[in-house]
Design a protein around this ligand. Structure first.
Ligand code: PLP
Length: 459
């Protein structure tokens, strides 16, 4: 890191999320200065295709979207701040709530706005307790998510998250949060276990966990339609059908975390539609505003709203809310983003180019380093393996994942390498030609990584 550089200022001043601070002090940040379409540019003028839409969020890419800037500007001028606390309301919030209820994949009654995915899931966790207390069954409050789930980073939602880095040395998970089998056939199925048999086993594991804990103690199950930050894990056929049968049998609420999948990512407007989910609550964020302003929401069905309403009415109020939840500027930008998606028919575009991304990435399956290619719509994962035939991963200490990250950078592609899986979730505006460019570059990065692995004696 050059002294007095912008990078040096960063190293001196910022503690970075999801970053190794020791490595960061040595290598400094990659400073992104501008973007256009699916491309971003760093301080040195090097251009990258943004294969992850930032953090799975910039559906419209990185161009200065004049209309979104105008929506924010106009709202700032008209009413830069207001809130929905204590019977207040503002028009962008009302209109966005109506819009979300209109779009929802299953009938929903009310929208509660927050600013982040974590806050929306945290709100779901709190309302689940409030709901069961209203029904006079306070013991029904444990929640189940899945190994490798990602639901956020507050104490409670980091507990729901099923990844070791989110728990280790944070003394998590908190009591009452349990993790059931991850539905990743490639990694967790027994040899010769079909996808459908594996799905049955996942549902049996859930049933066994519920029986062991006592069905009267389990309040809710949380799931992403496609697990994102855990490594882009697509559930096997029949999985959600079988899981939902178990939940219904035990009167357990189902929360669908659509923070990544919502708004066109899986080839339908909602991940719930792609996989036949009928949740009681839905959380959304990220692409709701194309990531341009922070905003998230929890949608709840009538059953939950009715109980929450009666309980809050009796005790005097719903004692929950965030200063910035449903910020009017964020609502205005989200409404404009949703209008642009509709005008450009962007979800249909994503459904049209999605199969091309999947087909092109699947051509990498023959590469000696590639263990599995998986995905649906415009979300995909490519997992490397040390021993392809036996699905044997690299030892993380061998650094193959880090090397792959370095070669992707060299070839001008930004994705996240999660363990040994490259995650792809490009802006929904991506064209067929840009998909080709991205996949060609990924293939070159894989070739370089293969050569590196051989030179290091890892293969
Ligand atoms: N849920 C899912 C599925 C996510 O992918 C994320 C973030 O990546 C979250 C929740 C948490 O959202 P946030 O980072 O806005 O708190």
């Amino acid at each position: 890191v050059r002294p007095n550089s912008t990078a040096a200022r960063d190293v001196r001043s910022q503690l970075h999320p999801y970053t190794n601070p020791v490595a960061h002090e040595a290598q400094g940040p990659q400073i992104i200065t501008r973007g256009d379409g699916v491309w971003v540019e760093d301080e040195d003028g090097k251009r990258y295709i943004e294969g992850l839409a930032g953090l799975w969020c910039t559906a419209l890419g990185f161009s200065a979207e004049d209309r979104l800037a105008r929506a924010a500007y106009d709202q700032m001028k008209a009413l830069p701040f207001y809130h929905p606390f204590g019977h207040k309301a503002h028009v962008p919030g009302i209109t966005l709530a109506e819009r979300l209820l209109d779009m929802a994949p299953v009938p929903m009654s009310k929208v509660f706005f927050c600013s982040s995915g974590s806050e929306a899931n945290d709100t779901a966790l709190k309302l689940i307790r409030f709901y069961n207390n209203a029904l006079g069954r306070p013991e029904k409050k444990k929640v189940i998510s899945r190994v490798k789930a990602y639901h956020g980073v507050t104490l409670a939602t980091a507990s729901l998250t099923g990844l070791p880095f989110n728990h280790r040395d944070f003394d998590l998970p908190i009591p009452g949060v349990l993790h059931t089998t991850c539905p990743h056939h490639y990694r967790f199925a027994a040899p010769d276990e079909t996808e459908e048999d594996f799905a049955t086993r996942c549902a049996d594991d859930l049933e066994a966990m519920i029986q062991a804990e006592g069905p009267d103690t389990i309040a809710a199950f949380f799931a992403e339609p496609v697990m994102g930050a855990g490594g882009v894990i697509v559930p096997p056929p029949t999985y959600f059908e079988k899981i939902q049968a178990v939940l219904r049998r035990h009167d357990i609420l189902f929360v669908a975390d659509e923070v990544i999948c919502g708004f066109g990512r899986t080839g339908n407007p909602w991940g719930c539609q792609t996989f036949g989910l009928e949740p009681d609550m839905i959380t959304v964020a990220k692409q709701m505003s194309s990531g341009y302003m922070p905003i998230s929401a929890l949608l709840l069905n009538e059953k939950i709203y009715a109980a929450v309403r009666d309980n809050a009415g009796r005790i005097g109020m719903l004692g929950h809310g965030y200063t910035y939840g449903g910020h009017p500027v964020s609502c205005a930008v989200a409404l404009e983003a949703l209008a642009i998606y509709a005008e450009r028919d962007l979800f249909t575009h994503a459904a049209t180019v999605g199969p091309h991304l999947q087909a092109r990435l699947r051509t990498l399956a023959d590469h000696p380093l590639v263990g599995e290619v998986r995905g649906v719509g415009l979300i995909a994962g490519v997992e490397i393996a040390r021993d392809k035939a036996n699905r044997q991963p690299f030892d993380p200490s061998q650094g193959a994942g880090l090397a792959l990250g370095r070669f992707l950078h060299k070839h001008g592609v930004i994705t996240r390498v999660i363990g040994e899986t490259m995650a792809f979730s490009p802006p929904l505006i991506i064209s067929m030609a840009e998909i080709d460019t991205m996949v060609d570059r990924v293939a070159s990065a894989l070739d370089d990584t293969l050569a590196w692995c051989r030179a290091e004696g890892l293969l």
